[in-house]
Ligand binder design. Sequence first.
Ligand SMILES: [Zn+2]
Length: 268
Amino acid sequence: MTLTDVSRPARGSNSAVDRVALETAATTRLLEAEGILDYSGHVSARIPGRDAFVIQIGSTSRAEVSPESMLVVDYDGKVLEGDGQPPSELPIHLEILKARPDVQSVLHSHMELAIAFTMMEGVKLLPMRARASRWKSGIPTDPDPSHIKLAEQGRALARTLGPHHAVLMRAHGLCLVAESVQALFIDAVHFKENATAQMQALQAGAKPIPLTEAEIEQIERMEMRDWHIKKLWNYYVRKALDEDVLQQEWADDLVPTKDMLKRDRVLK
Ligand SMILES: [Zn+2]
């Protein structure tokens, strides 16, 4: 097979794979700009209507990922389209996506703040800030401190994640899962804010006071997750376009329209 045979078609056909590749590439750059990804870490997202997902080439700079360079990979880990090798920790994505049909997108990051919470005796990362009600069911820690390069390690990680939306990885990093790549990005921003808040309380010498069950119930009565995601996506995409973190020619496909930003639920 020649390189031409495996290259993805040029953008513009507006297919599901082009759409997902663009959103995943943009999200990777946004996460890098927010200090959640750096020289490593990755995002995967399922392609609607296909038994496959997109993920970046392992060696590509997270600040320069483009939709054209994204790989299409099946659930056996085989590269179907694209010219390059997936990240060596691909089993993280394979095994979580296989174990969790409700999940559309997976982030693996070596976020330092998250790692810190796997290295302190008697301290657990807990929902502190309002937006952290997302992790009310718990944030388990996987005990394997090595890089996840084997299927069995990936399966063990997926078992630790269980039904939750986040899992810490001992001395290594974290994974987040969400219903869309945009939601995954917004969750990552809030995950970092929450870990920062708890760390600041600890550094002040105080005992952190996490959200109570009653407080979480109250927060969730007011929740407008879909609209909140669109609002923050709009903010971060526009900011990144202004700062040339994202390419200007992606703007029409990434910036939400006015109609998309209308709240669909009014609280009375
Ligand atoms: Zn890793």
